[in-house]
Design a protein around this ligand. Sequence first.
Ligand SMILES: Nc1ncnc2c1ncn2[C@@H]1O[C@H](COP(=O)(O)OP(=O)(O)OP(=O)(O)O)[C@@H](O)[C@H]1O
Ligand SMILES: O=P(O)(O)O[C@@H]1O[C@H]([C@H](O)CO)[C@@H](O)[C@H](O)[C@@H]1O
Length: 159
Amino acid sequence: MTESKILSREQAIQQADQWRAAGQKIVFTNGCFDIVHLGHIDYLEKARNLGDRMVLGLNTDDSVSCIKGPLRPVVNEYARARLMAALEFVDAVTLFGEQTPLELIEAIKPDILVKGDDYSVANIVGADFVLGRGGRVETVALVPGYSTTKLIERIKQSF
Ligand SMILES: Nc1ncnc2c1ncn2[C@@H]1O[C@H](COP(=O)(O)OP(=O)(O)OP(=O)(O)O)[C@@H](O)[C@H]1O
Ligand SMILES: O=P(O)(O)O[C@@H]1O[C@H]([C@H](O)CO)[C@@H](O)[C@H](O)[C@@H]1O
């Protein structure tokens, strides 16, 4: 079952250590992924292809509400985690409740940190840490026109 890819922080750290010991390059990315869309899928697949294994940090519901507002998330953390874990190019999912994934990134120690290019490298949390360890920070071009916000607006307009 792909649900087994959903790991506690300790489990995710141990898994990353095992992959690293086996010489595998670890990609890390993070996000809210509330109402998954084509842009998410496209960038996640491209991110995974930058390394050998990908750990996805997923914001908890409380963390999403802090970032996206009190009416979000639309999809709860368990369902979002299951959806992310079901993607073949996601090797592990772990929730984080902090405002930023910095502590998680420092624990996972990825070789490659990735976000969509709605972020510049300079404003990607964890970039200094990953670069400081000789790793890479990459952005992936957005698929134009796709965002969870846009999807929500479209749904509202259809009523
Ligand atoms: N259209 C897109 N194409 C590629 N990547 C995207 C796209 N939209 C968001 N991303 C990336 O997906 C990750 C998760 O972002 P997020 O969950 O905030 O998506 P979103 O659609 O921007 O949501 P919202 O509209 O609620 O802000 C981020 O790394 C972001 O860069
Ligand atoms: O889904 P989002 O809003 O792209 O995810 C956020 O990304 C932030 C980013 O990593 C900042 O560089 C992060 O701080 C925040 O917790 C969300 O994961």
